[in-house]
Design a protein around this ligand. Structure first.
Ligand code: ZN
Length: 220
């Protein structure tokens, strides 16, 4: 399903719904991510301290509903193609909140999110509940290792949910994510990380950038 702006001015009728087959290709998404500085190539110092040739900040992409909606439509299309219809979409905070909500909106189901409690444990808060037997799709902006996604899945499974699939904009493992569920990513990204004292980019004399340190990177 794709939202097409109409020429009408009234906000409530600005969009008509067309049941099209979304065709957001990986290449098109990569171009959009690069244009939005959501995907950076170079030499970066990550928050973990590691150095990398790639930096991903999907919030810079997802700030634009006109880009987020077609991306979610492509994910919805892939889910439908696999015969997977969730009762609820869960988008782990923070990265999964926006794409999870937009995917839920397009699938016509509630969208909720997990978050970490004061002890650092991933949990459902804010009165969000899962009924035993409910079918769940977990939506992430980027799957980095799969570890935290599997943690979310364990929490939901312990509540009686059935996790149908994990969907994400980016699979930063380049397709090697160790997920325990069917997973769909719109763009596999291969990113190299290096210990700071054994970094070929440092040896090549390339200045290291700490993303988010510049004022215009306000979404970090
Ligand atoms: Zn380096």
């Amino acid at each position: 399903m794709i939202l097409i702006p109409t020429k009408r001015e009234a906000p409530a009728s600005r969009y008509i719904l067309l049941h099209l087959t979304p065709t957001l290709t990986s290449q098109a998404l990569e171009t959009q991510l690069l244009q939005e500085d959501a995907l950076l190539r170079g030499h970066f110092r990550l928050s973990s301290g590691l150095h990398s040739d790639t930096y991903v900040q999907c919030a810079r992409f997802l700030r634009r509903p006109d880009l987020a909606a077609p991306a979610a439509a492509e994910l919805a299309c892939q889910l439908r193609g696999a015969g997977l219809q969730p009762d609820v979409v869960v988008g782990p905070a923070m990265g999964g909140v926006v794409i999870g909500y937009e995917l839920a909106r397009q699938l016509g189901v509630p969208g909720i999110f997990t978050e970490r409690d004061d002890a650092g444990q991933m949990t459902l808060r804010r009165g969000f509940t899962i009924e035993p037997g409910q079918k769940i799709v977990i939506a992430e902006d980027v799957v980095t290792t799969g570890k935290s996604t599997n943690e979310v899945a364990r929490v939901l499974t312990a509540l009686g949910a059935e996790v149908l699939a994990v969907v994400s904009l980016i699979d930063r493992t380049g397709g090697q994510a160790a997920l325990n569920f069917p997973n769909f990513a719109l763009l596999p990204v291969t990113a190299a990380t290096y210990a700071p004292d054994d970094c070929p980019l440092c040896r090549a004399g390339i200045p290291v950038v700490k993303p988010g340190s510049r004022p215009e990177k306000a979404f970090s």
